[in-house]
Design a protein around this ligand. Structure first.
Ligand code: ADP
Ligand code: MG
Length: 235
């Protein structure tokens, strides 16, 4: 379904990804984890063709994605940093993205879930970080695609919105989708993920279920397990 083959990415002298091989062959929720700067966003952007790998190949449904763009039509994507036009209202922005995507979209239930109705006629530039993130989520989730990529969807969200997000991700999974997610909220990752992929120093340091990680690190606590694999004895 999604295959990274020998992906290396360098920014000048900085090596961010080093010969990363990763196959995702089954639908489900895959959490991409790793410390800040470990290359999670870079890996995602390589998949989308927003960053060109220094070497290696990426396949989606068996097709090499290099130089192609049609495959993106089947991906819903939430960027970690979304620079929305400040002088556009929420409604105008929604309309713009809908026009660009040329796909059926169901934004109204998402607007309701995140309580965005009072903000629809406000300029994006006037919204708080959390509210902007809710708009970002509406834009990402309003279209129905088999691959969903959420780069730090939890950032800035209040507890209620976090709860709603979890429900939405579970619904997406039940539709048989392949979902890639990065987040620093470990409770969410533990609750939702079928597998975790832990990036460290440009390589995949661990891949498996949360339970497998706990067994490997001999701990019952997920936060503790993550801390353990960063220790030299496991590196
Ligand atoms: P993560 O998402 O895991 O926090 P990133 O993939 O955003 O990490 O970044 C990995 C590393 O690559 C960081 O050191 C970051 O500064 C660097 N980096 C990311 N994008 C660029 C870029 N366009 N130019 C130069 N360095 C970059
Ligand atoms: Mg990132």
């Amino acid at each position: 379904m999604i295959e990274f083959k020998n992906i290396t990415k360098k920014f000048g002298k900085l090596q961010v990804l080093e010969q990363v091989d990763l196959s995702i062959n089954k639908p489900g929720i895959y959490a991409i984890l790793g410390p800040n700067g470990s290359g999670k966003t870079t890996l995602i952007k390589c998949l989308l063709g927003m960053t060109i790998p220094t070497s290696g190949q990426i396949f989606v449904d068996g097709q090499d994605t290099k130089g192609k763009w049609e495959f993106r039509n089947q991906i819903s994507y939430l960027p970690q940093i979304a620079n929305f036009p400040k002088n556009m209202t929420v409604t105008e922005l929604l309309r713009l993205i809908k026009t660009l995507r040329k796909q059926a979209s169901a934004e109204q239930p998402l607007i309701d879930v995140f309580g965005l109705k009072p903000y629809l006629n406000k300029n994006m530039g006037t919204l708080s970080g959390g509210t902007k993130q809710k708009v970002n989520l509406v834009l990402a989730l309003m279209t129905d695609n088999p691959i969903v990529i959420l780069d730090e969807p939890t950032s800035g969200l209040d507890p209620l919105a976090l709860l709603e997000l979890k429900k939405l991700i579970k619904i997406e999974k039940e539709k048989g989708k392949t979902i890639l997610i990065t987040s620093h909220i470990m409770s969410l990752v533990e609750e939702l993920s079928d597998e975790i992929v832990f990036l460290l120093e440009g390589k995949i340091h661990f891949r498996g279920t949360v339970d497998a990680l706990k067994t490997k690190t001999q701990t019952v606590d997920f936060d503790e397990a993550i801390a353990q694999i960063l220790k030299p004895s496991h590196v």
